[in-house]
Design a protein around this ligand. Structure first.
Ligand SMILES: [Zn+2]
Length: 318
């Protein structure tokens, strides 16, 4: 009995812990070596890009770029691909903590209850587009409710951090998920930019302990980056959830894939389950904003996120 409990505990730990095997950030591995070790087909083109193809997975990698395309979805890493005598190399940590978890078909804990967080609300309107008269807090709530209905009709229990135009502090949002024993946390937002050409969907997860947010790859790490946050316990599952959602969301008509990214969002760092923040498009881009204004597109976004959750939950052990 005790042994069985111990085995269960070890099994549970292996779901959650990815911090233990972190390598020196400067260590690199060649893509050719990865392909040889894992029986994948390897193709490199003029030392500028490489593709690794396995029986049911593919990885594309590009010289000087810090992002990969894994099974059709862009995922940001911690350093750019570089040339070497063995062809293109990438940071060993990107292999260990991004690519390998994504292609290995890892099991995840079961999913029963999902907390959906409609970003902003009440006195906090979020982003606004004057040209299209779109206000983020209303769009977030609309998509959150649509997603909640879809998840419920697929048998999941759903918690909403707000179901009306109310201000809810960020720490309260995490505690609603934690007190409700949510198995997943999904925060819904829409994006804005001073650049009218910015468009596309971004999916954020917490950076791993000791690593930078996606936007600060080349800048020095901040003291905060070294702290282990409660949500870091779910590093691998965060990534699998974000990628599972990305596989469905990035296929939507008219959507540009801006990738799975890392951001130290207050609303994510204290959540005790796998958590993502989805920026569902730029309301400041004329074409994308016009699409977001259509309820059919918002329903398609909710439906894709729901399918992504089902995609992720299919990897559950029970
Ligand atoms: Zn927002």
């Amino acid at each position: 009995m005790r042994l069985a409990r111990l085995i269960l505990a070890i099994g549970a730990l292996s779901f959650f812990s990815s911090a233990a095997a972190t390598s020196n950030p400067s260590e690199r591995i060649s893509l050719r070596t990865i392909a040889e070790r894992h029986g994948m087909t390897f193709r490199e083109e003029r030392e500028k890009s490489a593709t690794l193809t396995g029986s049911n997975c593919s990885i594309a990698c590009f010289l000087d770029k810090s992002s990969y395309v894994v099974n059709g979805v862009c995922v940001y890493g911690q350093g750019a691909a570089e040339r070497s005598p063995r062809g293109l190399t990438i940071p060993l940590n990107d292999w260990k903590h991004i690519l390998e978890p994504l292609i290995s078909g890892r099991k995840v804990p079961g999913v029963h209850c999902i907390c959906i967080d409609a970003g902003h609300g009440g006195k906090d309107s979020g982003a606004h587009s004057g040209a299209l008269n779109l206000t983020e807090k209303s769009l977030n709530l609309d998509v959150a409710k649509r997603l909640g209905n879809l998840l419920q009709s697929n048998g999941f229990k759903v918690l909403l951090t707000r179901d009306g135009d109310r201000f809810v502090p960020l720490e309260k949002r995490s505690s609603i998920a934690n007190c409700g024993k949510a198995d997943l946390f999904i925060s819904i937002h829409f994006n804005a930019s001073e650049s009218p050409t910015a468009q596309g969907i971004e999916i954020y997860i917490m950076p791993r302990q000791g690593t930078a947010a996606t936007a600060r790859l080349s800048s020095p790490l901040r003291a905060k980056d070294a702290i282990f946050c409660p949500n870091n316990e779910f590093d691998d599952c965060n990534l699998l959830l974000a990628h599972g959602i990305g596989e469905k969301l990035m296929r939507l008509k008219g959507v540009r894939d801006r990738g799975v990214r890392r951001g130290r969002f207050c609303v994510l760092e204290s959540v005790h389950c796998p958590a993502v923040l989805v920026e569902c498009g730029f309301i400041t881009n004329q074409a994308e904003g016009a699409l977001i204004a259509q309820s059919a597109h918002r329903q398609a976004i909710a439906s894709a996120i729901c399918d992504g959750v089902i995609n992720y939950a299919a990897g559950a052990t029970h």
